[in-house]
Design a protein around this ligand. Sequence first.
Ligand SMILES: Nc1ncnc2c1ncn2[C@@H]1O[C@H](COP(=O)(O)OP(=O)(O)OP(=O)(O)O)[C@@H](O)[C@H]1O
Ligand SMILES: [Mg+2]
Length: 394
Amino acid sequence: MLAGSGWMEERSMAELVLDSVTKVYNPKSRHPVTAVDRVDMPIGDGEIIGLLGSSGCGKTSTLRMIAGFESVSSGEIRVGERVINNLPPARRNVAMAFEGYALYPPLRIRDNIGFALLRDRHPAAEVARKVDEVTGLLEIGDILDRYPPTISAGQQQRSSLARALIRDADAFLLDEPMSQLEPQLRAILRARIKDWLITRKMTTVFVTHDQTEAIALADRIAVMEGGILQQFATPNDLKERPANLFVASFIGEPPMNIYTASVYRDGDRLGLIAEDQAGNEAFRVALPGEDAAPAPHRQLRDGQRVHLGVRPHRVRLGEGGLLGRVTSHHWLGDQTHIGIELGNALLIAVAHGIFEARAGSDIAIALPATSLHIFDHDSERALFHGMEPAERAA
Ligand SMILES: Nc1ncnc2c1ncn2[C@@H]1O[C@H](COP(=O)(O)OP(=O)(O)OP(=O)(O)O)[C@@H](O)[C@H]1O
Ligand SMILES: [Mg+2]
């Protein structure tokens, strides 16, 4: 008997599309809550999507609408050509691991996990084999004969995850599937789960607060804030081409250095004057001359107000025309975070390995034009990434 063979071929999956999906709770009350606001998300067959955002931004609401446990206020959810948002949950063929686990207390863990397959009349021996396989993967093979109230929160969470992963569904929705686990176990399981999802070509949307987890697991990440999808892109694009100031400051550890700045013109050269918190000049960076081709940043106007961003790991230390003063440095075991005062503004830099510098000492700094991100002052949308226009064909 070939373990798992036929399991994935049976499934006919297709694109899962969220089309302007909106959720308003208590719409008729005096305090309606718009939890999800016109979210567009086309998810490819077999794609792994991370839904990332702060508490209350609408992640669980989004998953529950896909699963059918919450109605859609407006918009449409489709699997392939099939509109599913008016179907009852049981007819959507979607598996979900809930934030609150939702295990059945009177059933042993083994029966909780095998429940959907037994209900769908899969042979008992096949279900037993699959339960063994998925619980081995998640390191809960030793609690299969216990009942939900008698196991730990981390074990309940993995049981709930196993109950979803074992299924044969069009889409898998995992709401913070590993939040209860310690970092070491999480890292091990993350790799195994990723392998499980990829091998079986499982279309997956998982929710997390943890950007490291999102980056490690997801093909693409949907960053949400205030019910609005801020950007839906690959982990690399989120870092290198953040769509707006929110994503730029949300993704990346330590966060991007961001300054209010204004454009100046000096002969045929443009540059930026970055400000400190009080609005005074902190430092200047020159942008490539007009002779440099391509130079789309020439669209910037003299005096234009912008936000300037630079990632800590793109700051070059010990070279360049800016002079700063080291204010702090923290060795984190594999890299050093260095606080530098530039004018009266603070710049955080990351150096690989141990960085030898005394607090209070001067340091030369370069901020290469290719590492600068420029955002519109008012809309906070990205204008340039490394001197390339932010708006390019997606
Ligand atoms: N049943 C409900 N009735 C009214 N408002 C709700 C309901 N469920 C959620 N909300 C509100 O909708 C917004 C989004 O909630 P949601 O649970 O989707 O957030 P989340 O991103 O999953 O947060 P967390 O990370 O804390 O789990 C919040 O403002 C929340 O208070
Ligand atoms: Mg939630």
